[in-house]
Write a protein that binds this ligand. Structure first.
Ligand SMILES: [Zn+2]
Length: 85
């Protein structure tokens, strides 16, 4: 039995800088299961930050990332930026 892909809070203390991936891949892929069956949407947050939202069709993992960056953007950062007046 494989371990389920439910996000475990104890694994989230990785420094942001180490999340960058080597080389830019042309297609989007899921950070959780690696599937390329994802939907990627580019948008601007309320504070003007350009971000990309990636949603996986296979495991339903969702990722936010800053455009032009390979690092993931934590959801609370996204919410914070969205709420900024
Ligand atoms: Zn996935």
């Amino acid at each position: 039995m494989a371990r389920t892909s439910t996000a475990s809070p104890s694994r989230t203390h990785v420094p942001l800088g180490s999340l960058t991936q080597p080389g830019a891949r042309a297609g989007a892929s899921c950070r959780a299961c690696g599937s390329d069956r994802v939907t990627r949407i580019a948008m601007n947050l309320t504070d003007g930050s350009p971000v990309e939202f990636t949603s996986c069709h296979r495991c339903e993992h969702r990722t936010w990332a800053e455009q032009g960056s390979t690092g993931a953007l934590p959801v609370d950062r996204v919410l914070d930026k969205t709420r900024k007046v």
